[in-house]
Design a protein around this ligand. Structure first.
Ligand SMILES: NC(=O)c1ccc[n+]([C@@H]2O[C@H](COP(=O)([O-])OP(=O)(O)OC[C@H]3O[C@@H](n4cnc5c(N)ncnc54)[C@H](OP(=O)(O)O)[C@@H]3O)[C@@H](O)[C@H]2O)c1
Length: 286
């Protein structure tokens, strides 16, 4: 397949480009500053020039707190960018795998969210990502919307690297217990995304590592696996002021992928162990 990956320099993009090349796919990667997906005309023309069989649209403004302060930019990148890519994909009649997020939900569920559950984003990031999903679904027939959550991976600013760094520098860290989700290793997403893109089973899919935990439990597991002497102290969301509200519960039920492809991603604990075993600690984190 000829594959176009937007957001190719990002945390998931780097893994996906590597993975697709290892599968001997023909890959073109787009990212800033050369390819700004918010430029609708250039994006559509660019897609015509590349002539992909499948587009993996990862590019997004993912700084959840910063999005809260700049609705116009968040809308431009997360909605208009997705719309431009979808229009190009439709003109070329190629498939589009659009990556979305658990933050499209309001977090009040008492069981894992299914693909067709009502959405209700709490933050600007979540709202603009939802607009992106809707634009993709409306504008491109051969679409996949793949929602994932709590991603970690090399080179990215992510919770796992932040805790790894902080726990090596501090004897005590406070982490919230009242947000629950499914941590997901970017590398584990690559094969399922590739399988989706090569199929004709269009629709919405939830794709995360299996299992669930709170950020506190995730931090405890990171500290346990790295063996550092750091106390993880429970706290709650109310005690930590952040610009963007987060869903309290955003576990995603992966039933559609399981039904279509007969498998699920491995448990998050195994993915975390593999990631920590193979990746040197980052110098910065989020
Ligand atoms: N990280 C998570 O926990 C998580 C969870 C659920 C879903 N997702 C979704 O998964 C996808 C990949 O996330 P990620 O964590 O890999 O994000 P990331 O590391 O921030 O990568 C996104 C990439 O897109 C680029 N980009 C931003 N605006 C662009 C534009 N206008 N045109 C072209 N490229 C642009 C970014 O460049 P700059 O760095 O220069 O801005 C960055 O290289 C995103 O769609 C995100 O919404 C992420």
């Amino acid at each position: 397949m000829r594959c176009l990956v937007t957001g190719a320099k990002g945390m998931l993009g780097v893994e996906l480009v590597d993975f697709l090349r290892r599968q001997r796919e023909d890959v073109v990667g787009w990212d800033l500053p050369e390819h700004d997906v918010t430029d609708i005309e250039k994006t559509i023309n660019g897609i015509h020039k590349v002539g992909p069989d499948v587009i993996f649209h990862l590019a997004a403004w993912t700084d959840v707190d910063a999005c809260e302060g700049d609705i116009a930019k968040a809308t431009r990148v997360n909605f208009q960018g997705a719309w431009a890519v979808a229009l190009g994909a439709e003109e070329l009649r190629c498939s589009l795998v659009h990556i979305s997020t658990d933050y499209v939900f309001d977090g009040r569920a008492t069981r894992p969210y299914r693909e067709n559950d009502p959405t209700g984003p709490l933050s600007v990031y979540g709202r603009t990502k939802l607009l992106g999903e809707q634009a993709v679904i409306r504008s491109c027939r051969r679409h996949f919307v793949a929602r994932t959550s709590w991603m970690f991976g090399r080179g990215g600013r992510n919770f796992v690297d932040t805790i790894r760094l902080k726990s090596s520098e501090q004897s005590r860290i406070e982490v919230v217990t009242d947000q629950v989700g499914s941590p997901t290793w970017a590398r584990d997403l690559c094969r399922p995304l590739w399988e989706l893109g090569g199929s004709a089973h269009y629709g919405i899919y939830h794709l995360t590592n299996s299992g669930q935990c709170s950020w506190f439990e995730l931090a405890c597991e990171i500290v346990r696996l790295t063996g550092v002497a750091c106390e993880v102290v429970p706290t709650d969301t109310a005690a930590i002021a952040r610009p963007a509200p987060r869903p309290a519960y955003s576990v995603l039920d992966n039933r559609s992928f399981k039904k279509r492809f007969g498998k699920v991603l491995r448990p998050w604990q195994e993915a975390l162990r593999s990631y920590l075993d193979g990746t040197p600690p980052a110098k910065t984190g989020r």
